[in-house]
Design a protein around this ligand. Structure first.
Ligand SMILES: NC(=O)c1ccc[n+]([C@@H]2O[C@H](COP(=O)([O-])OP(=O)(O)OC[C@H]3O[C@@H](n4cnc5c(N)ncnc54)[C@H](O)[C@@H]3O)[C@@H](O)[C@H]2O)c1
Length: 316
Protein backbone atom coordinates (compact mmCIF):
# COMPACT_ATOMS: atom_id res chain seq x y z
CA UNK A 1 0.00 0.00 0.00
CA UNK A 2 1.44 3.41 -0.88
CA UNK A 3 1.63 5.90 2.02
CA UNK A 4 -1.30 8.34 1.97
CA UNK A 5 0.12 10.91 4.35
CA UNK A 6 1.86 14.06 3.13
CA UNK A 7 5.65 14.14 3.10
CA UNK A 8 8.20 16.94 2.85
CA UNK A 9 11.84 16.07 2.16
CA UNK A 10 14.26 18.80 3.20
CA UNK A 11 17.68 18.66 1.59
CA UNK A 12 20.35 20.31 3.72
CA UNK A 13 20.04 20.21 7.51
CA UNK A 14 21.91 23.45 8.12
CA UNK A 15 20.50 26.62 9.67
CA UNK A 16 17.83 27.03 7.00
CA UNK A 17 16.87 23.37 6.48
CA UNK A 18 16.53 22.60 10.19
CA UNK A 19 14.46 25.75 10.75
CA UNK A 20 12.17 24.96 7.81
CA UNK A 21 11.56 21.57 9.46
CA UNK A 22 10.88 23.23 12.82
CA UNK A 23 8.48 25.81 11.35
CA UNK A 24 6.63 23.06 9.44
CA UNK A 25 6.29 21.00 12.61
CA UNK A 26 4.90 23.93 14.59
CA UNK A 27 2.33 24.66 11.90
CA UNK A 28 1.45 21.02 11.21
CA UNK A 29 2.21 21.45 7.53
CA UNK A 30 2.91 17.76 6.75
CA UNK A 31 2.50 14.42 8.51
CA UNK A 32 6.04 13.28 7.59
CA UNK A 33 9.24 15.30 7.35
CA UNK A 34 12.55 13.83 6.21
CA UNK A 35 15.90 15.59 6.41
CA UNK A 36 18.81 14.69 4.15
CA UNK A 37 22.35 16.03 4.52
CA UNK A 38 25.83 14.80 3.63
CA UNK A 39 26.97 15.67 7.13
CA UNK A 40 25.75 12.64 9.04
CA UNK A 41 26.54 13.96 12.53
CA UNK A 42 24.71 17.20 11.86
CA UNK A 43 21.62 15.60 10.38
CA UNK A 44 21.42 12.97 13.15
CA UNK A 45 21.62 15.64 15.84
CA UNK A 46 18.98 17.85 14.18
CA UNK A 47 16.72 14.80 13.88
CA UNK A 48 17.12 13.93 17.54
CA UNK A 49 16.42 17.47 18.66
CA UNK A 50 13.32 17.77 16.45
CA UNK A 51 12.02 14.36 17.54
CA UNK A 52 12.38 15.35 21.19
CA UNK A 53 9.77 18.07 20.61
CA UNK A 54 7.14 15.97 18.82
CA UNK A 55 4.96 15.82 21.92
CA UNK A 56 4.27 19.55 21.62
CA UNK A 57 3.23 19.84 17.97
CA UNK A 58 0.48 18.47 15.71
CA UNK A 59 1.06 14.75 14.98
CA UNK A 60 4.05 14.25 12.72
CA UNK A 61 7.10 12.06 12.26
CA UNK A 62 10.63 13.24 11.49
CA UNK A 63 13.34 11.01 10.07
CA UNK A 64 16.26 11.19 7.69
CA UNK A 65 19.98 10.68 7.32
CA UNK A 66 22.85 10.91 4.86
CA UNK A 67 21.29 8.68 2.19
CA UNK A 68 19.25 10.38 -0.52
CA UNK A 69 16.77 7.47 -0.28
CA UNK A 70 15.23 9.24 2.76
CA UNK A 71 13.57 11.58 0.23
CA UNK A 72 11.63 8.71 -1.39
CA UNK A 73 7.97 9.39 -1.95
CA UNK A 74 8.12 13.07 -0.97
CA UNK A 75 5.30 15.32 -2.17
CA UNK A 76 7.63 18.30 -2.01
CA UNK A 77 11.43 18.40 -1.97
CA UNK A 78 12.85 21.55 -0.40
CA UNK A 79 16.44 22.29 -1.45
CA UNK A 80 18.43 24.25 1.13
CA UNK A 81 21.77 22.46 0.59
CA UNK A 82 24.81 24.39 -0.46
CA UNK A 83 27.12 27.29 0.16
CA UNK A 84 25.78 30.21 2.17
CA UNK A 85 26.71 33.91 2.24
CA UNK A 86 29.55 35.03 4.44
CA UNK A 87 29.85 38.70 5.46
CA UNK A 88 30.70 40.76 2.37
CA UNK A 89 29.45 38.13 -0.11
CA UNK A 90 26.45 38.61 -2.39
CA UNK A 91 24.01 35.81 -3.19
CA UNK A 92 25.38 35.71 -6.74
CA UNK A 93 28.83 34.89 -5.31
CA UNK A 94 27.40 31.47 -4.36
CA UNK A 95 26.33 30.61 -7.89
CA UNK A 96 29.23 28.50 -9.15
CA UNK A 97 29.42 26.31 -6.04
CA UNK A 98 25.67 25.82 -5.83
CA UNK A 99 25.17 25.01 -9.53
CA UNK A 100 27.65 22.14 -9.12
CA UNK A 101 25.62 20.87 -6.14
CA UNK A 102 22.36 21.13 -8.11
CA UNK A 103 23.78 19.25 -11.10
CA UNK A 104 24.85 16.41 -8.84
CA UNK A 105 21.92 16.34 -6.45
CA UNK A 106 18.73 17.09 -8.38
CA UNK A 107 18.69 14.00 -10.64
CA UNK A 108 19.12 11.77 -7.57
CA UNK A 109 16.36 13.57 -5.69
CA UNK A 110 13.92 13.29 -8.57
CA UNK A 111 14.78 9.62 -8.95
CA UNK A 112 13.83 9.09 -5.29
CA UNK A 113 10.64 11.17 -5.55
CA UNK A 114 9.63 11.41 -9.22
CA UNK A 115 6.26 13.06 -8.56
CA UNK A 116 7.52 15.73 -6.17
CA UNK A 117 7.21 19.46 -6.49
CA UNK A 118 10.58 21.17 -6.08
CA UNK A 119 10.97 24.16 -3.78
CA UNK A 120 14.35 25.83 -4.21
CA UNK A 121 15.67 27.92 -1.31
CA UNK A 122 19.43 27.72 -1.91
CA UNK A 123 20.87 30.97 -3.30
CA UNK A 124 21.01 32.62 -5.73
CA UNK A 125 17.48 31.28 -5.68
CA UNK A 126 16.13 32.71 -8.96
CA UNK A 127 19.03 31.46 -11.07
CA UNK A 128 18.89 28.07 -9.34
CA UNK A 129 15.12 27.81 -9.88
CA UNK A 130 15.71 28.19 -13.62
CA UNK A 131 18.72 25.85 -13.57
CA UNK A 132 16.73 23.25 -11.57
CA UNK A 133 13.97 23.33 -14.17
CA UNK A 134 16.51 22.72 -16.95
CA UNK A 135 18.43 19.98 -15.10
CA UNK A 136 15.30 18.04 -14.08
CA UNK A 137 13.20 18.69 -17.18
CA UNK A 138 10.22 19.24 -14.89
CA UNK A 139 7.39 21.45 -16.16
CA UNK A 140 7.79 25.05 -14.96
CA UNK A 141 4.83 24.94 -12.57
CA UNK A 142 6.56 22.20 -10.51
CA UNK A 143 9.76 24.16 -9.89
CA UNK A 144 9.25 26.95 -7.40
CA UNK A 145 11.75 29.25 -5.75
CA UNK A 146 11.13 30.85 -2.36
CA UNK A 147 11.84 34.08 -4.24
CA UNK A 148 10.82 37.32 -2.58
CA UNK A 149 8.34 35.85 -0.09
CA UNK A 150 10.93 36.63 2.59
CA UNK A 151 11.82 40.07 1.19
CA UNK A 152 8.12 40.98 0.99
CA UNK A 153 7.64 40.06 4.64
CA UNK A 154 10.64 42.20 5.58
CA UNK A 155 9.13 45.02 3.51
CA UNK A 156 5.72 44.68 5.18
CA UNK A 157 7.29 44.55 8.63
CA UNK A 158 9.14 47.82 8.08
CA UNK A 159 6.10 49.57 6.59
CA UNK A 160 3.89 48.27 9.41
CA UNK A 161 6.32 49.47 12.06
CA UNK A 162 6.59 52.93 10.52
CA UNK A 163 2.83 53.33 10.04
CA UNK A 164 1.81 51.63 13.30
CA UNK A 165 -0.51 48.99 11.82
CA UNK A 166 -0.38 45.20 12.07
CA UNK A 167 2.02 43.64 9.59
CA UNK A 168 -0.79 41.32 8.42
CA UNK A 169 -2.77 44.39 7.31
CA UNK A 170 -0.07 45.63 4.93
CA UNK A 171 -0.35 44.50 1.31
CA UNK A 172 2.92 45.14 -0.46
CA UNK A 173 5.31 43.12 -2.58
CA UNK A 174 8.96 43.03 -3.43
CA UNK A 175 9.23 41.54 -6.93
CA UNK A 176 12.02 40.51 -9.31
CA UNK A 177 15.27 39.04 -8.03
CA UNK A 178 15.74 37.81 -4.46
CA UNK A 179 18.88 39.91 -4.38
CA UNK A 180 20.40 43.26 -5.15
CA UNK A 181 18.20 44.12 -8.18
CA UNK A 182 14.90 43.44 -6.40
CA UNK A 183 12.04 45.89 -6.94
CA UNK A 184 9.62 47.36 -4.36
CA UNK A 185 6.14 47.59 -5.87
CA UNK A 186 5.16 50.82 -4.10
CA UNK A 187 2.51 51.76 -6.67
CA UNK A 188 0.22 48.85 -5.73
CA UNK A 189 1.03 48.78 -1.98
CA UNK A 190 -1.97 49.41 0.25
CA UNK A 191 -3.48 49.20 3.71
CA UNK A 192 -7.26 48.85 4.09
CA UNK A 193 -7.62 49.52 0.35
CA UNK A 194 -5.94 52.91 0.87
CA UNK A 195 -3.03 53.10 -1.58
CA UNK A 196 0.16 53.75 0.40
CA UNK A 197 0.86 56.91 -1.57
CA UNK A 198 -2.48 58.29 -0.28
CA UNK A 199 -2.00 57.03 3.29
CA UNK A 200 -2.43 59.94 5.70
CA UNK A 201 -4.18 58.50 8.72
CA UNK A 202 -4.18 60.60 11.86
CA UNK A 203 -1.80 59.29 14.50
CA UNK A 204 -0.32 56.76 12.07
CA UNK A 205 2.14 58.92 10.20
CA UNK A 206 2.76 59.20 6.48
CA UNK A 207 5.58 57.77 4.46
CA UNK A 208 7.94 60.41 3.10
CA UNK A 209 10.23 59.84 0.12
CA UNK A 210 13.06 59.50 2.60
CA UNK A 211 11.12 56.86 4.54
CA UNK A 212 10.64 54.87 1.36
CA UNK A 213 14.29 55.02 0.46
CA UNK A 214 15.24 53.95 3.99
CA UNK A 215 12.70 51.12 4.11
CA UNK A 216 13.79 49.67 0.78
CA UNK A 217 17.48 49.99 1.65
CA UNK A 218 16.74 48.12 4.88
CA UNK A 219 14.98 45.34 2.98
CA UNK A 220 17.92 44.98 0.59
CA UNK A 221 20.51 44.86 3.35
CA UNK A 222 18.40 42.79 5.78
CA UNK A 223 20.22 39.50 5.17
CA UNK A 224 23.63 41.13 5.55
CA UNK A 225 22.51 42.79 8.81
CA UNK A 226 21.42 39.44 10.25
CA UNK A 227 24.41 37.47 8.93
CA UNK A 228 26.81 40.00 10.44
CA UNK A 229 25.57 39.27 13.96
CA UNK A 230 24.63 35.56 13.87
CA UNK A 231 26.19 34.06 10.74
CA UNK A 232 22.95 33.02 8.99
CA UNK A 233 19.33 33.96 8.50
CA UNK A 234 16.99 31.17 9.49
CA UNK A 235 13.78 32.02 11.37
CA UNK A 236 12.05 34.24 8.80
CA UNK A 237 13.05 32.02 5.85
CA UNK A 238 11.89 29.00 7.88
CA UNK A 239 8.47 30.57 8.37
CA UNK A 240 8.28 31.85 4.79
CA UNK A 241 9.09 28.38 3.45
CA UNK A 242 6.52 26.79 5.77
CA UNK A 243 3.86 29.11 4.35
CA UNK A 244 4.81 28.22 0.76
CA UNK A 245 4.74 24.50 1.68
CA UNK A 246 1.32 24.94 3.26
CA UNK A 247 0.03 26.60 0.08
CA UNK A 248 1.41 23.69 -1.97
CA UNK A 249 0.36 20.75 0.21
CA UNK A 250 -2.99 22.17 1.30
CA UNK A 251 -3.90 23.29 -2.23
CA UNK A 252 -4.59 26.81 -1.01
CA UNK A 253 -4.54 28.97 -4.16
CA UNK A 254 -2.61 31.42 -2.00
CA UNK A 255 -1.07 34.46 -3.68
CA UNK A 256 2.65 34.51 -2.89
CA UNK A 257 5.59 36.25 -4.57
CA UNK A 258 7.44 33.00 -5.32
CA UNK A 259 10.02 32.64 -8.06
CA UNK A 260 9.09 30.66 -11.16
CA UNK A 261 9.47 30.73 -14.90
CA UNK A 262 8.07 33.99 -16.25
CA UNK A 263 6.64 33.82 -19.75
CA UNK A 264 5.53 37.00 -21.45
CA UNK A 265 4.71 39.12 -18.42
CA UNK A 266 5.21 42.84 -19.15
CA UNK A 267 7.19 41.65 -22.19
CA UNK A 268 9.62 39.59 -20.08
CA UNK A 269 10.11 35.95 -20.90
CA UNK A 270 12.29 32.88 -20.24
CA UNK A 271 13.60 33.98 -16.86
CA UNK A 272 12.76 32.90 -13.31
CA UNK A 273 11.98 35.57 -10.77
CA UNK A 274 9.25 36.63 -8.39
CA UNK A 275 5.88 38.12 -9.14
CA UNK A 276 2.77 37.56 -7.05
CA UNK A 277 1.55 34.11 -8.17
CA UNK A 278 -1.24 31.68 -7.35
CA UNK A 279 0.22 28.69 -5.50
CA UNK A 280 -1.61 25.38 -5.02
CA UNK A 281 -0.97 21.64 -5.23
CA UNK A 282 0.07 21.94 -8.87
CA UNK A 283 2.84 24.31 -7.78
CA UNK A 284 2.72 27.74 -9.39
CA UNK A 285 -0.59 27.82 -11.20
CA UNK A 286 -0.53 31.38 -12.51
CA UNK A 287 2.00 34.19 -12.48
CA UNK A 288 -0.14 37.28 -12.01
CA UNK A 289 0.29 40.27 -14.31
CA UNK A 290 0.26 42.78 -11.42
CA UNK A 291 0.01 46.43 -12.42
CA UNK A 292 3.37 48.22 -12.34
CA UNK A 293 4.35 51.81 -13.11
CA UNK A 294 7.12 52.73 -15.56
CA UNK A 295 9.83 52.80 -12.87
CA UNK A 296 8.84 49.42 -11.51
CA UNK A 297 8.70 47.93 -14.98
CA UNK A 298 12.20 49.24 -15.70
CA UNK A 299 13.34 47.72 -12.38
CA UNK A 300 11.86 44.36 -13.29
CA UNK A 301 13.55 44.44 -16.71
CA UNK A 302 16.86 45.14 -15.02
CA UNK A 303 16.26 42.25 -12.61
CA UNK A 304 15.44 39.95 -15.54
CA UNK A 305 18.67 41.01 -17.30
CA UNK A 306 20.79 40.40 -14.18
CA UNK A 307 19.31 36.91 -13.67
CA UNK A 308 19.53 36.00 -17.37
CA UNK A 309 23.18 37.02 -17.49
CA UNK A 310 23.91 34.75 -14.51
CA UNK A 311 21.96 31.88 -16.08
CA UNK A 312 23.99 32.23 -19.31
CA UNK A 313 27.26 32.50 -17.36
CA UNK A 314 26.73 29.02 -15.90
CA UNK A 315 25.81 27.60 -19.30
CA UNK A 316 22.02 27.32 -19.26
N1 LIG B 1 16.02 31.94 -0.49
C1 LIG B 1 16.15 32.58 0.66
O1 LIG B 1 15.36 33.49 0.98
C2 LIG B 1 17.25 32.17 1.59
C3 LIG B 1 17.33 32.67 2.91
C4 LIG B 1 18.38 32.25 3.72
C5 LIG B 1 19.35 31.39 3.22
N2 LIG B 1 19.25 30.94 1.93
C6 LIG B 1 20.24 30.03 1.35
O2 LIG B 1 20.06 28.72 1.86
C7 LIG B 1 21.29 28.00 1.72
C8 LIG B 1 21.60 27.27 3.03
O3 LIG B 1 21.91 28.22 4.04
P1 LIG B 1 22.27 27.72 5.52
O4 LIG B 1 22.45 28.94 6.33
O5 LIG B 1 21.31 26.67 5.95
O6 LIG B 1 23.70 27.04 5.25
P2 LIG B 1 24.38 25.90 6.15
O7 LIG B 1 25.82 25.89 5.78
O8 LIG B 1 24.00 26.07 7.57
O9 LIG B 1 23.68 24.55 5.64
C9 LIG B 1 23.89 24.01 4.37
C10 LIG B 1 23.82 22.50 4.53
O10 LIG B 1 23.86 21.91 3.23
C11 LIG B 1 24.57 20.69 3.36
N3 LIG B 1 25.02 20.25 2.03
C12 LIG B 1 25.93 20.83 1.23
N4 LIG B 1 26.04 20.12 0.07
C13 LIG B 1 25.17 19.11 0.15
C14 LIG B 1 24.79 18.06 -0.73
N5 LIG B 1 25.37 17.92 -1.93
N6 LIG B 1 23.86 17.18 -0.32
C15 LIG B 1 23.28 17.30 0.91
N7 LIG B 1 23.57 18.28 1.77
C16 LIG B 1 24.52 19.17 1.41
C17 LIG B 1 25.71 21.01 4.32
O11 LIG B 1 26.26 19.83 4.90
C18 LIG B 1 25.01 21.91 5.33
O12 LIG B 1 24.52 21.19 6.46
C19 LIG B 1 22.34 29.03 1.29
O13 LIG B 1 22.55 28.97 -0.12
C20 LIG B 1 21.69 30.35 1.67
O14 LIG B 1 22.20 31.44 0.94
C21 LIG B 1 18.23 31.31 1.13
Amino acid sequence: MPERTSKIAIVGAGSVGATVAYACLLRGVARRISLYDLNVEKVKSELLDLNHGLQFVPTASVDGGDDVAVCAGADVIVVTAGAKQHPGQTRMDLLDANVVICRNLLPKLLKAAPDALLLMVTNPVDVLTYVAMKITGLPPNRVIGSGTVLDSSRFRYLIAKRLKVAVQSVHAYIAGEHGDSEVPLWSSASIANIPLHDWAVQGHGKLTVRDRVEIFENVKTAAAQVIKGKGATNYAIGLASAQILEALLHDENRVLPVSSLVTDVHGMTDVSFSLPSIVNNKGVETVLPVPVNANEEAGLRNSADVIKAAIRRVGF
